[in-house]
Design a binder for this molecule. Sequence first.
Ligand SMILES: O=C(O)CCC(=O)C(=O)O
Ligand SMILES: [Fe+2]
Length: 293
Amino acid sequence: MNTKQESVLKRPDPSQIDPGSEAHDPGLYKSAEVARAVDGLESVTEEHLDFYAQEGYLAIENVFSPEVTQAAADALVDLIAGRNPAFTGVVFEAKAAAKLDTLTVEERQDAVRKLMHFVGYDAWLAALAHDPRMEKLLERLLGEPPKMFQDMALIKPPLLGREKPWHQDKAYFDISVSARVVGVWIALDPATIKNGCMHVQPRGHQSGPQLHFKRRDWQICDTEIMGKPCVAVPLNPGGLLLFDGLLPHGTPTNYSPLRRKALQFHYAGISCSKTSTEERLAVFGSEGRDVSC
Ligand SMILES: O=C(O)CCC(=O)C(=O)O
Ligand SMILES: [Fe+2]
């Protein structure tokens, strides 16, 4: 987008964005550091695995080719546009949900927050989730073959893509508290500091589960995050972030004129067992009942 186009787009008053989406303190995403990414899955060494164990994350660029990445992005747009009537996993913002039939494809994309459970509806998306090279690396991280248990796409529309406050993903999953979980976050558009790329708290997974509260979302308290180390993870389309299920992370509001689409898959080892919601909330905080990631 050129500067002329950019100047036409005004930064909105966050209180006008959507009922229930509050502005966040920009200090929560003040990154002193930008992650250095490995170039390609084939370049991942034992040292990188040690880095992942220590820091809780690893960024890798150039994992998926531009063609495959574009095909996955197009598949998401098809699902958002409603071209597959059997698919019901698009989560629209409340205001748009009531008038979907009147919206153009572009307007629908601006009204989507996320898509859930889509791998069974598109071969490209399924191929990304089960890429054999990626699954091999996941097996090295998990110590046994991986089983995907969550597929999700996260959209931040231009100028209004809302924040995902700091949290640990394991706070949302009824999976054994001691089980290792790896999240894979794949950029489909350029993910930048301006349009709401991932931000992680390096080594934060080493402190174990943290209490979550209902604030702007089911989240870690801002006061726990403020002033702690923060690493921004910008990625090119086709790049990915691997992160531990206990690593605190979040993404700021997208005030930029550029859309940010991403896929997120979660994996645990095939032998991993489930836990009850009660047990999970006893660890992560009882305000999490009935809240989903
Ligand atoms: O892509 C984002 O905005 C972050 C999403 C996230 O961390 C989550 O859904 O667990
Ligand atoms: Fe998350």
